[in-house]
Design a binder for this molecule. Structure first.
Ligand SMILES: Cc1cc2nc3c(=O)[nH]c(=O)nc-3n(C[C@H](O)[C@H](O)[C@H](O)COP(=O)(O)OP(=O)(O)OC[C@H]3O[C@@H](n4cnc5c(N)ncnc54)[C@H](O)[C@@H]3O)c2cc1C
Length: 447
């Protein structure tokens, strides 16, 4: 990693400096998620100055966020400092800043550095890899009562909300309030909603058993609401039926074809009926971060930039969008918003730019290779769909665990997660059952 900071408008960019790096082209990558890191890595041998900008100092392994929200893992176990991950890449500079504007015509981005202010950073190539944010379908007021799950602080907020509810249920003298505290409503039954529901049910039945004197946590009511006709719509129907059956066995009430009309401090109104609940968790929708729209190009309804088969933005040579922020079509189907797609797109664009720097134009469009789709439903049970292969059960669960441990960033995360899983598997305990003492809204990661 270069120790130089990126040139900014103050020094008028690369042309004005004496640094050898200043003679090189600059590739700016916005986003240190799966796609951004893969793009940076693919440029490690390129004769270019690579600048990776993220508003967070850490990369998050999002597929395991639900385990932080349900106290199995702690935040530090599924995240890693971006600087540390990229420390060995000599042509790379990491900047902690939030991109607030993009001026494609003058080839500059504007970024806000915490404690420093706004800076403009020139680029020759731009890779936008800024991912998605939770979406409340035009009802942003729901966010106050129903946190989404995207960041470590979201996961810690969810964890605090869940654990708080059991504490208040134990303390209250009001029977009606006790029932409300022990009712958990999850909105959205995609993989995250299903995984969260299964994990929460296991926690209520096993982990918290014997921990309370006045309530029985196993009697908690967990409801999974889905607006569509079935849960896990991205999986084949038989797998989705199996997952629903498994959740019902765990005591989760699965309700499909039900629209959530209101979320407020008392709970939700869904399908015209009020469900009193102190804990509503939102896993229903996502919307692209605002950065693709800053390019001034066409976006789809979810705010993703429409890109060419080379992942480049129309009429903007050298400007690429990858990962969840891009809408990519392949064989008339959208490439899914999953980690594998983001990694493959980031790697592809990194290589395209590296070739362009050598004077070669890309001639092969991006091809997504689908390695399969997995989801966990409670303990000992996972689903896998890969082409015509559909499996579920304990062996699939072991495959899921193996694949996820291997995919974690940093060796230390892999070791720590394996240790936690083993402990949790054998004892049923979860070692991260902490309610932060700070005001919830301002709570950050605990270690
Ligand atoms: C809870 C959850 C569970 C998931 N489970 C799975 C799973 O099991 N399997 C699977 O394959 N996929 C899963 N996904 C999807 C997968 O995580 C995404 O497809 C993947 O993270 C997309 O990678 P990305 O690099 O495009 O975006 P991200 O990984 O979201 O990274 C975007 C980065 O951009 C940064 N950023 C955003 N805006 C700005 C800005 N203005 N300035 C600077 N930086 C900015 C963010 O801080 C972030 O680091 C899950 C997602 C979530 C939220």
């Amino acid at each position: 990693m270069s120790t130089m900071s990126a040139d900014t408008e103050h020094d008028q960019g690369k042309a004005a400096t004496d640094s050898p790096l200043a003679q090189r082209k600059r590739v700016v990558i916005v986003g240190g998620g799966f796609a951004g890191l893969a793009a940076a890595h693919a440029l490690r041998h390129a004769d270019a100055e690579v600048v990776l900008i993220d508003r967070r100092n850490h990369h998050i392994f999002q597929p395991l966020l639900y385990q932080v929200a349900t106290a199995t893992l702690s935040p530090a176990e599924i995240a890693a400092p971006i600087r540390q991950l990229e420390a060995k890449q000599q042509n790379l500079t990491v900047l902690l800043a939030e991109v607030t504007d993009v001026d494609v015509a003058s080839r500059r981005i504007e970024a806000r550095y915490p404690g420093v202010g706004l800076r403009k950073i020139p680029f020759d190539f731009l890779v936008v890899a800024t991912g998605m944010n939770p979406s409340y379908f035009g009802h942003d007021e729901f966010a106050r009562y129903a946190p989404g799950l995207k960041s470590l602080s979201d996961a810690v907020t969810m964890r605090a909300k869940i654990l708080d509810a059991f504490e208040i249920a134990e303390a209250t003298e009001d029977d009606v309030e006790r029932v409300r505290q022990m009712t958990f409503v999850l909105v959205g039954a995609g993989p995250t909603g299903v995984e969260l529901a299964g994990s929460l049910a296991h926690m209520a039945k096993v982990t918290l058993r014997g921990n309370f004197r006045r309530i029985d946590p196993a009697k908690a009511s967990i409801m999974l609401l889905e607006g569509g006709k079935r849960i896990l719509p991205s999986f084949a129907e038989p797998l989705s039926r199996k997952a629903a059956g498994r959740l019902e066995k765990l005591g989760v009430k699965v309700m499909t074809d039900v629209r959530v009309e209101t979320v407020d401090e008392q709970g939700v109104i869904a399908g015209g009926k009020r469900i009193p609940s102190a804990t509503v968790l939102w896993t229903a929708g996502v919307m692209a971060s605002p950065v693709p729209r800053m390019l001034g190009t066409k976006t789809d309804r979810a705010g993703r930039a429409l890109v060419s088969p080379f992942l480049e933005v129309a009429d903007m040579p050298g400007v690429f969008v990858v990962g969840d922020a891009a809408s990519v079509m392949q064989n008339e189907h959208p490439v899914p918003g999953v980690a594998q797609a983001a990694i493959q797109e980031g790697r592809y664009v990194g290589r395209v730019i590296a070739e362009e720097l050598k004077g070669h134009k890309a001639d092969h469009p991006f091809r997504y290779f689908d390695k399969g789709n997995m989801a966990v439903v409670g303990k000992n049970y996972a689903l896998l769909e890969r082409g015509s292969l559909h499996t579920s059960g304990f062996l699939t669960y072991l495959v899921w665990a193996f694949v996820h441990v291997l995919a974690l960033p940093q060796q230390q995360n892999r070791l720590r997660v394996q240790r936690q899983w083993l402990w949790s598997y054998v004892t049923g305990q979860r070692s991260s059952r902490l309610i932060p003492e700070l005001p919830r809204a301002a709570s950050h990661e605990l270690h």
